[in-house]
Design a protein around this ligand. Structure first.
Ligand code: HGY
Ligand code: MN
Ligand code: MN
Length: 427
């Protein structure tokens, strides 16, 4: 496994690890609570390879070092923090972890809860005298949200070969910078991006703990749940093209306004999703070009997020939306193009592993999730499971996302329980 350390920590203030009493999940999260606050939207904005995410990487590196974990950052920017076995074997590792990047206006827990809980779980295992017979690795995966470069779980897709590397290199952020350019500025050699079969082969089991996204555990009066499946989901860009013009000199009868067509398409997306039971479709991002107050847009880009348990239905929803979008656009003298940006098929987690977790955590309900996760990508390659921690609001991708301190600690204890079983029992 080739690796290198991103040596950018020198120009980032390393948060001194807390000395004194054992870390708690709530305490770790409070340490990073000031990093990457989103002044514009509230909540957090921690795009991959931004200063905020680098500060979070530095925070994690400091806590991994404090625990004597052997840390490497690989060719794709994934951080691997190893608790080696006494004989230093590397295969059949138990890996846990999550992501530190966020959506714009994101909550405090989506991603960081899994990373902080992994650090505390290591502390619990050590305090309990667990002597791992398999390596334990905490992983931090970059660009899980896909909120900078548009592809969800970009880090785990690169690791596993689930994305064409040339396509990954040419993905652009909102400034027009490519992933290759930003990676190079971040100390990553773009020519080395891509699958890491040696590292993937070392992963025996992956367990991701994550804040619950949606309302379930609060109603079932349980602090922790076990994942059964991830809803298939995808992202498509619709580009509606019309005639840019002057807002004051263009009569209403002389317009080919893509904003009007886009408005009709957004409403139709809602109606089409409603017509497919179980489907979810969202337009959370819409960008007029050029975006002037006194300018009729020449083009409007809007992004569709569509999801359904049955991948065929998701495809049918998108096909229907495109057919309607073409009709709506034509009625406004406009045209529309659809571009697929990121698709993740529905994933069922490993049944035997899920059942093993249910035996270890008999009170934990088994629940599906409508949110995507790196666990969804890795599940195709290694036995994978998820733990969810109660979110009383059920709200996520918003500052209202919440986990109370006691549940956060309960999550870390549940994770430690699962890891202890996996670390000392083969398989
Ligand atoms: O979009 C999702 O489902 C996940 O939060 N990345
Ligand atoms: Mn997440
Ligand atoms: Mn998320």
């Amino acid at each position: 496994m080739e690796d290198f350390i991103i040596d950018r920590v020198d120009n980032i203030t390393l948060l001194p690890p807390r000395s004194g009493p054992a870390d708690t999940v709530a305490g770790l999260l409070s340490e990073i609570s000031r990093i990457g606050t989103d002044q514009q939207h509230g909540g957090y904005w921690r795009p991959v390879f931004s200063t905020a995410e680098f500060d979070l990487r530095a925070w994690f590196l400091a806590h991994a070092a404090k625990r004597g974990l052997d840390v490497t950052t690989d060719r794709n920017g994934v951080i691997w923090a190893w608790w080696h076995t006494p004989d230093g074997r590397t295969g059949n590792a138990v890996v846990t972890g999550s992501h530190l990047d966020s959506v714009p206006g994101g909550g405090a827990f989506d991603g960081p809860l899994g990373v902080a809980s992994a650090l505390v779980a290591v502390d619990i295992l050590r305090a309990d005298g667990v002597r791992p017979e398999r390596p334990l690795v905490i992983a931090v995966f970059p660009e899980e949200e896909g909120s900078r470069f548009g592809v969800a779980c970009l880090g785990t897709r690169l690791l596993t070969g689930a994305i064409d590397v040339d396509r990954a290199r040419t993905l652009r952020d909102r400034n027009g910078d490519t992933f290759a350019e930003v990676a190079a500025r971040s100390g990553i050699d773009p020519s080395r991006l891509g699958p890491d079969p040696q590292m993937l082969a070392q992963i025996g089991t992956f367990i991701e703990l994550h804040v619950e996204q949606g309302r379930d555990l609060i109603d079932r009066k349980q602090p922790v749940g076990i994942g059964s499946s991830i809803l298939g989901h995808g992202r498509w860009r619709l580009s509606v093209t019309g005639q840019g013009n002057h807002a004051g000199t263009t009569l209403m009868t002389d317009r080919r306004d893509p904003m009007i067509a886009a408005a009709g398409i957004v409403m139709d997306i809602r109606d089409t999703a409603r017509a497919h039971p179980g489907a979810r479709a969202t337009v959370g991002r819409l960008e007029p070009v050029p975006g002037g107050t006194n300018v009729i847009a020449s083009r409007v880009d809007l992004w569709l997020d569509a999801r359904h348990p049955d991948d065929e239905v998701t495809a049918s929803v998108v096909t229907t939306i495109l057919a309607h979008a073409r009709r709506i656009s034509a009625a406004e003298g406009c045209t529309v193009e659809l571009t697929e940006e990121s698709v993740s098929r529905t994933v069922d987690f490993d049944g035997a592993l899920r059942d093993r977790l249910s035996l270890l955590l008999p009170d934990a309900p088994v629940q599906h999730t409508g949110a995507g996760h790196d666990a969804g990508i890795l599940a195709r390659f290694v036995p994978t499971a998820m733990l969810f921690v109660r979110n009383p609001t059920g709200v996520s991708h918003s500052p209202e996302e919440y986990v109370d301190d006691n549940d956060a600690e309960a999550g870390a204890r549940a994770l430690a329980r699962v890891l202890a079983d996996l670390l000392v029992r083969a398989g």
